[in-house]
Design a protein. Structure first.
Length: 47
């Protein structure tokens, strides 16, 4: 079986996300709510 992993680090300093990107994703996840009614589910974004 071939080796499928590496000993080198894959993430470097220049691959880290910006603070604005993290803030956007966190705010989006806080605003998103999913309501299940019967077999259907509704995604609602509260602004």
């Amino acid at each position: 079986m071939a080796k499928l992993y590496s000993k080198e680090k894959l993430a470097s300093q220049n691959m880290l996300p910006k603070k604005e990107t993290i803030a956007f994703i966190l705010n989006y996840s806080k605003a998103l709510s999913i309501k299940k009614i019967g077999k259907m589910s509704f995604e609602i974004i509260a602004n």
